[in-house]
Design a protein around this ligand. Structure first.
Ligand code: ATP
Ligand code: MG
Length: 206
């Protein structure tokens, strides 16, 4: 029988945190690949409130980033969007995101936090990094063009961390914003609805 009918099956929830300024196909491919590899029932995208690592630049409003995330994920029945980080005051810390989702979804859910492997190498510097591995399994997706510092990953608990190669695209939100500012196309780097939303709202214009 299928896992859905198995009373012992624990719901497997992927958690894709990000600034999503804008969301692009690298994020969507990573979520889809991890979902397939780990048999996830759902991937919840969680746009950050104030990203503390990005205090040095203008970040689009939380509502614009939230709406873009909804638009980009709407066509996938397994993709959802959460407002937990947008609605929490103050800077966003992954430990709070995971604790809130755990509280909201209950104990019968296994959490898989999906992150770029580059971000994973910084994990020991994140707030309450020791607690993070009790809350979730961490999946670090390799990103083309970014050298991996394996000395950090080798120190993380082996049973709670997976580094996974995905056919991700050498694409970043930074590059998308720069393209918009320079009036270069973003078609096919981001979903069509995101190209249109950026133009409609006048985002990333110099
Ligand atoms: P920015 O350039 O503004 O930092 P970004 O493209 O890195 O944006 P974020 O919203 O910062 O996007 O990323 C959210 C998560 O997605 C991070 O864990 C990041 O490492 C991961 N990620 C971003 N782009 C890719 C990609 N092309 N392939 C795989 N993972 C990615
Ligand atoms: Mg980034």
């Amino acid at each position: 029988r299928t896992r859905g009918e198995d009373p012992n099956h624990r719901h497997r929830l992927g958690v894709m945190g990000g600034t999503f300024d804008p969301i692009h196909h690298g994020h969507l491919v990573a979520a889809s690949e991890v979902a397939s590899r780990f048999g996830l029932d759902e991937v919840v995208f969680v746009p950050t409130g104030q990203p503390w690592q990005k205090a040095d630049r203008e970040v689009s409003s939380a509502e614009d980033r939230y709406l873009m995330t909804v638009i980009a994920t709407a066509s996938n029945p397994r993709f959802t969007v959460s407002r937990v980080d947008v609605e929490r005051d103050g800077p966003t810390y992954t430990v709070d995101t995971l604790a809130d989702l755990r509280a909201e979804r209950g104990e019968d859910v296994d959490l898989y936090f999906i992150t770029g492997a580059d971000a994973l190498t910084q994990i020991l510097t994140w707030r309450n990094s020791d607690r993070l591995f009790d809350l979730a399994h961490f999946v670090g997706c390799t990103r083309p063009g970014v050298e991996l510092d394996t000395t950090v990953i080798d120190q993380l608990p082996r049973d709670r961390v997976t580094v996974m190669e995905i056919p991700a695209l050498a694409i970043s939100s930074t590059a998308c914003r720069k393209r918009v500012a320079e009036q270069e196309p973003t078609w096919y780097l981001v979903p069509d609805g995101i190209v249109q939303y950026i133009a409609k709202r006048g985002l990333y214009r110099p």
